[in-house]
Write a new protein. Structure first.
Length: 429
């Protein structure tokens, strides 16, 4: 039995429609490929990896709200100390054992300035020539805005004279607070996600803004991009403290959801604006209120091969232990795209040596902390199937089929024209 032949023109049309469907489905493939494995991340057994300084030190009481940077050979961290609200610096070769710089690297502004009340929540990026630190500042009230400072060595910072660069908008979702910036730089453009609040008696949300120069920012008109009930339930009362990295063409965000307990969750987006919030909880409250990280918060992501390093702030319900910084490992799915972290792209020479020998070696651990450290020499590379691999093969095959179909149609048409006798031939015959 012979199957009926399919006309070439019809085959070409069907192939063209299938090609369009595949191309339109590409963003969905990003969301499908980029996911984390398991119901939670695995804590490092030696947590916390950075603790407050000794009695009398500028950071002796509490540390957290950190920004991480990995350059392929070493790690750098900027962190907040409370209650002084100053920003410090530490460096590490393996991401586990840290050496602090002895003094704060960014402090509150002079009396009467917009950030006289303190500076906190840094986000540091390298734009190819300069380190930029975005930070939260306030005048001592609940109101806060975002400023920027510049550095060549990651230690000595010069605040921008035009600060603040992102401010509150009256009668909007960020009328009271614009704080905790999280910035990515990629190919001469900047993206910022930030924590916002419309009033003192409502929950936090996450806003989004873009800039071409890192100084003049344009807020997304349909802000906020993540709200407390973006996870599909109204039980959440706050969404804040974002950390975003790029993995292939997808954006992955870790952030804090308050339920009213504090959970670190994550979301995936093809464009940094429209987010698919997972119901998977990366880290949540521990079983004991006395644990140093009973309440996990303020995530900072670093991409390392097929692993996401999740640095986070932790605190207990009692003092001591004092709020400190820990580390957890989150596995990317085996079919995740090749990893690229624009948030941590830095010059290869930047793993600053510091003069202090203050290194965290606390033995405080959590019962779920069983992971050992991955080798830091594997950073930056991917290990999964290349992004859009199936679609790339299908698109190529269908494109070839369309080309062959139309070429065959053209050749058949040309042959028929060549075979048709002219009127003069018909008369002569």
């Amino acid at each position: 039995m012979r199957l009926p032949a399919i006309p070439l023109r019809r085959l070409a049309r069907w192939s063209f429609l299938l090609l369009i469907v595949l191309l339109l489905g590409a963003p969905l493939q990003v969301l499908g490929q980029t996911e984390l494995v398991g119901s939670a991340c695995s804590k490092y057994a030696g947590n916390p990896i950075l603790v407050p300084g000794a009695s009398g030190a500028w950071d002796a009481q509490a540390i957290g709200r950190q920004s991480m940077m990995y350059n392929g050979t070493g790690y750098n961290m900027w962190y907040t100390s409370e209650p002084s609200l100053q920003i410090g610096f530490a460096s590490s070769k393996d991401g586990l054992h840290w050496t602090k710089y002895p003094l704060p690297v960014l402090t509150a502004g002079p009396k009467g300035s917009w950030d006289q009340g303190g500076v906190e929540g840094p986000s540091v990026v390298w734009n190819g020539t300069t380190f930029l630190m975005y930070y939260s500042g306030s005048n001592g009230t609940l109101a806060s805005d975002v400023g920027i400072a510049f550095s060549k060595d990651m230690l000595h910072w010069q605040k921008y004279a035009g600060n603040p660069v992102l401010v509150r908008t009256p009668n909007s979702f960020d009328a009271v607070s614009v704080k905790y910036p999280d910035v990515l730089f990629n190919n001469s453009s900047y993206q910022m996600w930030y924590t916002a609040r419309s009033a003192t008696n409502v929950g936090y949300t996450l806003g989004y803004a873009t800039s071409s120069d890192g100084l003049l920012w344009k807020k997304y008109p349909d802000n906020p991009v993540i709200t407390p009930n973006s996870a599909g339930t109204a039980a959440y009362v706050a969404a804040r403290y974002s950390s975003v990295v790029r993995i292939g063409s997808a954006y992955v965000m870790a952030f804090l959801l308050t339920v009213p307990r504090d959970d670190l969750s994550y979301a995936v987006s093809p464009d940094g604006i429209h987010w698919n919030v997972s119901k998977t909880i990366l880290l949540t409250n521990t079983n004991s209120t006395a644990d140093w990280d009973y309440t996990p918060s303020y995530p900072s992501l670093v991409v390392l091969g097929n692993t996401l390093l999740l640095y986070y702030s932790g605190e207990s319900n009692s003092i001591p232990p004092y709020p400190s910084i820990g580390l957890a490992y989150c596995s990317l799915s085996t079919n995740s795209p090749t990893s690229t972290s624009y948030a941590t792209s830095t010059p290869s020479t930047s793993s600053t040596s510091t003069t202090s020998t203050s290194t965290s070696t606390s033995s405080s651990t959590s019962s779920s902390s069983t992971s050992s450290a991955p080798s830091s020499t594997t950073g930056g590379g991917g290990g999964g199937i290349p992004e859009f691999s199936f679609q790339a093969i299908a698109v190529g095959a269908i494109s070839l089929l369309i080309a062959v179909s139309y070429l065959t149609i053209w050749r058949n048409s040309s042959s028929r024209k060549a075979a048709k006798p002219s009127p003069s031939q018909i008369i002569s015959e």
